[in-house]
Design a protein around this ligand. Structure first.
Ligand SMILES: *[C@@H]1O[C@H](CO)[C@@H](O)[C@H](O)[C@H]1NC(C)=O
Ligand SMILES: *[C@@H]1O[C@H](CO)[C@@H](O)[C@H](O)[C@H]1NC(C)=O
Ligand SMILES: *[C@@H]1O[C@H](CO)[C@@H](O)[C@H](O)[C@H]1NC(C)=O
Ligand SMILES: *[C@@H]1O[C@H](CO)[C@@H](O)[C@H](O)[C@H]1NC(C)=O
Length: 619
């Protein structure tokens, strides 16, 4: 495509500049380079004044200084034409001069003549500017100040003059520009100039395109990429993504538990971005003993046991510092909130306690004051106090104030039913799982003389044979009465006395006595049934309580009969040894009533039942 306009240009050029310079013995032509092979550039015969028809005969030939045979003569017509394409840049590689000549001689014989021909090869823009390397790497420090220049290697253009490099262009950039300077020989030197501050963290690599353009028509160009690598400077401090972090941590967390991983970012690179973590001086010693901070990984771990009851939160200040020669640092604060674990048992404290109360103490009497506590907080520290088996105990808890309870009597007590109580307090917190504690107190019920001695029966009957042996001096035990008293000790210590309300028998004292301790009854005399058949008296049992209580027992004594009396015949037959005669008639028949003999016996019952024997005394 490019060949056509170029060729047209050449043809015109030949016509205009094929001059025959007579003055010198040198014939000069001027042609552009790169003319196609076969193109006629001049007619030698005409230009040298030779007969074209004699040329063949006179053995015309071209003699070159150069080895290459660029031109040829048509021996019939005398036309000089291109035999091989002429590259001006090949022919005249030196750029010092913009002139390039091809010298040759035209030699003809018979007679010999030599004509000098100089062919000026004119430059055409057949070479584009070219950079030695397509990529121009450039390292620029991030801290470089605007205005700094960096020389770039020039592009080269084999063409000369107008066709050589005219200018350079740089692709659009906010950061860089170029400045072009011309050397004394016209060479254009190009510098890259920084026009704005660099920020590696924003853009680490700038890729620019440098274009060299020559002055030919049409112009040709060549490009190279400039790869600007921005070298980091430590212009960024490590930064935490938050100023304050808060973490919840359960108390008693095992040692080594990871609570947080610090992550500060430093926009720089390399050592400028490598971060070391440490606690700052604001972090208390206690906190530093409790938590460890790994300088390189930033891991914060539990180092010591944490007791919520001791410390409820921790505050740490962490610094992140980069490893640059002039390091920069960033800080943050970490709040660790300890959450309570139900790790403390509730506790019962018996504040005051009377270990015994009287059985007649009234309902409402306060026996003990109990306080409860739990070192945990929240539900873990909320406690419920109760009494074990409360439903069967005559006691209840009454909250007197926060965490204080009174143990009071709710039903009247009876020592004779139950003389002591073991009261177990149970306390449970509301944690999950709940923790408990218990505490037992023993309460003794003191006796009160609330029971009178009692006899098993209200009436006691003694059958006593008459003629009993009288007891001397104390008497003979005829019976023992015994009363019971469920009270205790002296309240149950019974003494017996005889009191009599039987006015008919006097003096009782001479008849009966009682052992006040044992209740043994003694008869003090021998009884005669025939005189006294029965009597009664009262025994009073009295305990030693204050005041004392008593009860009475009626004792009935029945004297039983002994056959101690002979029957006695009543008068007139009663005279012993007396003879009584009764007259009976002869006519008396059987069944005739003669006399009535009566006998009596002082005894009773069988002892008084009489048999009558009739002794017939015949004289
Ligand atoms: C630190 O933060 C950066 C940026 O937020 C993230 O890419 C990286 O994964 C984090 N590293 C850790 C260990 O959390
Ligand atoms: C608990 O005590 C208060 C005052 O101390 C009293 O008013 C209340 O009746 C008591 N309750 C019981 C059940 O004893
Ligand atoms: C009281 O506590 C002991 C030990 O702490 C336990 O063995 C017992 O079962 C508890 N008693 C009650 C009634 O909970
Ligand atoms: C027993 O008898 C005595 C004397 O009569 C009397 O004072 C007392 O009250 C009686 N005791 C009882 C419990 O009735």
């Amino acid at each position: 495509m490019q060949e056509q306009p170029c060729f047209a240009f050449v043809m015109i050029y030949v016509v205009l500049s094929a001059l025959w310079i007579l003055a010198s013995a040198v014939t000069r032509y001027s042609i552009p380079e790169e003319i196609p092979v076969g193109t006629v550039i001049a007619n030698i015969a005409t230009d040298l004044g030779l007969d074209a028809h004699s040329l063949l005969e006179r053995k015309v030939k071209l003699d070159y200084i150069h080895s290459k045979k660029y031109l040829e003569i048509n021996k019939d017509t005398g036309e000089l034409y291109i035999a091989e394409k002429i590259d001006r840049e090949y022919l005249c590689p030196a750029k010092t001069s913009s002139f390039c000549f091809l010298k040759m001689d035209v030699i003809i014989e018979s007679p010999i003549r030599i004509f000098n021909i100089e062919l000026e090869i004119m430059d055409i823009n057949d070479n584009a500017p070219q950079f030695r390397r397509e990529r121009i790497p450039l390292d620029v420090s991030e801290s470089t100040t605007p205005g700094e220049r960096f020389s770039l290697t020039n592009a080269v253009d084999a063409d000369v003059g107008e066709n050589s490099i005219k200018t350079y262009y740089l692709s659009d950039s906010d950061t860089f520009t170029i400045e072009i300077q011309s050397g004394s020989d016209g060479t254009k030197y190009v510098d890259l100039v920084l026009k704005a501050n660099l920020d590696r963290e924003k853009q680490a690599v700038h890729t620019l395109t440098l274009t060299a353009v020559d002055g030919g028509v049409p112009a040709r160009s060549g490009t190279a990429s400039i790869i600007v690598q921005v070298l980091d400077t430590n212009d960024n401090a490590p930064q935490f993504d938050r100023q304050v972090y808060s973490v919840d941590l359960i108390e008693n967390a095992p040692i080594g538990t990871l609570i947080m991983q610090m992550n500060a970012t430093d926009l720089d690179e390399g050592v400028n971005a490598e971060v070391i973590y440490s606690f700052t001086l604001y972090t208390s010693e206690k906190t530093q003993e409790t938590f460890s901070l790994d300088p390189s990984s930033g891991e914060i771990r539990v180092k010591d046991m944490i007791d919520f009851e001791e410390v409820k939160s921790f505050e740490m200040y962490v610094e992140a510092k980069d490893k640059a020669v002039n390091p920069l640092s960033g800080q943050c604060k970490i709040l660790v909130f300890i959450t309570d674990l139900n790790d403390n048992h509730p506790e019962i404290t018996i504040k005051s306690f009377q270990s015994s109360i009287r059985e007649n103490d009234p309902v409402g009497t306060v026996i003990a004051i109990i306080s409860v506590s739990d070192r945990d907080s929240g539900d873990n520290g909320k406690v419920v106090l109760s009494i074990h088996n409360a439903e069967i105990l005559p006691f209840a808890l009454n909250k007197s104030s926060e965490d204080f309870f009174e143990l009071t009597v709710t039903e009247s007590l009876d020592r004779e039913v139950k003389n002591s109580y073991d009261i177990t307090f149970l306390v449970t917190d509301r944690g999950t799982p709940p923790l408990t504690d218990n505490e037992t107190i023993s309460l003794t019920i003191q006796d009160v003389n609330d029971n009178a001695p009692t006899f098993p029966q209200s009436l006691y009957t003694i059958y006593l044979m008459e003629n009993n042996e009288p007891g001397t001096p104390a008497g003979v035990i005829i019976a023992t009465v015994s009363a019971q008293d469920p009270d205790l000790n002296q309240n149950a210590h019974i003494s017996y006395i005889i009191i009599s309300r039987d006015k008919t028998v006097i003096p009782l004292v001479s008849m009966i006595d009682i052992n006040s301790e044992s209740g043994d009854l003694y008869s003090k005399q021998s009884f005669n049934y025939e005189n006294l058949k029965s009597f009664h008296f009262e025994v009073q049992a009295t305990d030693s309580g204050v005041p004392s209580l008593n009860s009475n027992l009626t004792v009935n004594v029945f004297i039983t009969d002994e056959n101690d009396n002979s029957p006695v015949i009543l008068p007139p037959y009663s005279e012993p040894g007396s003879v009584n005669s009764e007259n009976i008639p002869y006519s008396a028949e059987a069944g005739y009533f003669v006399a009535k003999i009566r006998a009596v016996d002082a005894d009773s019952g069988y002892n008084a039942l009489l048999n009558t024997y009739i002794f017939h005394l015949f004289r």
